[in-house]
Design a protein around this ligand. Sequence first.
Ligand code: PEP
Ligand code: MN
Length: 667
Amino acid sequence: MDDLEKIRGDITSVDERILKALAERRKLAGKIIEAKDQLGSPIRDSGREEQLLANLIAKGRGQGLDAHLVTRVFHEIIDDSIRSQQLHLLDYDKSELKRIAFQGIEGAYSELAGKKYFAPYLDKTVFVGVDTLEQVVNAVEDGDVEYGLVPVENTAAGSINEVYDLLSIAQLSIVGEEVLRVEHCLLGLEEVPLASIRQIYSHPQALAECMKFVAKLPNCQAMPYTDSAMAVLKVKDAKDRSVAAIASEEAAKLYGLKVLRRNIEDQQNNFTRFLILAKKPAVVDVRIPCRTSLIMATSHEEGSLLQALTLLHEYKINLSKLESRPIPGMPFQYMFYLDFEGNTAEERISRAVAQLRSVTTSLKVLGSYPTEHRAKTAPRIEVLASRLAEPEEAPAQAPAKKESGSYKLASRAHKADDTIITVGGVRIGGAGFVVIAGPCAVESREQIHKCARYVKECGGQLLRGGCFKPRTSPYSFQGMGFEGLELLAEAGKEYDLPIVTEVLSPADVEPVARYADVLQIGARNMQNFSLLSEVGRSNRPVLLKRGMMSTMEEFLSAAEYILDRGNHQVILCERGIRTFETATRNTLDLGSIPILKSLTHLPIFVDPSHAAGKRDLVIPLALAAHAVGPHGLVVEIHPEPEKALSDGPQALRFGQFAELMRKIYQC
Ligand code: PEP
Ligand code: MN
């Protein structure tokens, strides 16, 4: 017992040291900004951040800490430092008390977003809850508060139209933004089975984000309410165990409700973007990456919107949002909301805006404000390795000019530049080399979590795992289906790895795409044209494996089906073909890589595991594949290959995977 108390005491003193160190680090970040100010250096130096993280990972490893933990902890720390440096440049007066209006009561998501945004100055910040979004705007306009905070869009439920309409008439400027990951919880008075819940209260937006979850509960009614934290109070007052609310975990703690279920949002990556409004526009230092928002209306003439957008293109302005809203009192006439990268304090942007005025009927700049950096600092694999990757050589052969024939959109003649596909921040295609790894099939929570952790630890960038397995025999393990998919998604989320999984039937495409970041079409389905058409209608990138007996032409024609249906994100994967040779499972056709690179702009991967069929051949084949210039590898690994339910003989042991990664990246 004494021992336990002593250990607890020691832990507390370690925690206190951590807090002290954090406070000290924040102070130093404050000094850095002063030094940067004098030198005129940029606030964000991604190269330095990556290097810093890579060094910390290396040091952490030396002390038995895994890369994932170090990355997670330091993401937060670096993020905090950048945040306070940006607020410093915003001329934020730290000494004066600031009032921030938001819609709702304490514990509402808006308040959480505000606390995140103003984190470095919370001791000088007071949050004022009001009933409606309009009151938030009025409170700032009337000078009752210095700032207002409004949600503007959600990744699942879309834009909040009321806010756009308010912005069009308000005399306010956008001075900042905050992106909050919204993890909805179902909260009740007591732990009760979910099937006994009859009413769920929350803000309509939150209900919309959890629509599928609510629809699955029998005889349960969604009850729109003013805001999520108020819904929590409503449940408290109702004193009825069959009444629940959807709100944050923080609200549950604040008001003493029980969390009945976490993460009930329909979409895994549920983010809400909030805007910070003030009376005066922010003057943002041009060294801070900014976004500018404006509202404009174009004349009711043919091509007028196109003219405005072309102008932005001419000024190389990257548009991140274009939204249209009806103009009040003018049926079927619209105004457009635009967000783009840049700061009106920059010469290029101010000139573009000035010209835009001349081709629009009205234009109102809502503000230029620092962008919320969701692109987290992650040490690129090249940085993790001690040596930088070789720059990619130009294709050995001149691009073939194939215009007509069985494929067009996939050809270099149609598009000369390499297609780059971005999946959860990972760039696939072009220069760089991406490793996708994981088990053949998801078998259990423990197995997929172990794999995910190891993939991350070794620098792999995507996690694979089959849930619907195309097996030669109907008596073999067919995969865990949607239950496995949930486990795969959970592991991917935990280790921040986008996930790749195979889809077998057209009917499964939509439900699988809800979880999977990349849809895989297996070799056996390469010419399943109804399946190709269906993934062609999806928004998810597709990893298309070469059929066992397919020519290059057939392979590219299969890709063409997907491209032709509108999905331009196809990754090709060579995984070995059938030949007379039986010493290997398949024959890895490495010649196909330079040929495909000359014929198509699509990214090309190699899967040495299914080609070899034997684990000891996987590393040599992977290294040989790396030498012929694909954009990445797909490799099967397993914590205990002898116990694997499918493809055990070809699964790399964890140690072998680490060896492969070291050899590829020359660590
Ligand atoms: C797989 O990747 O798990 C798979 C079944 O591969 P293939 O379709 O290449 O056989
Ligand atoms: Mn397999």
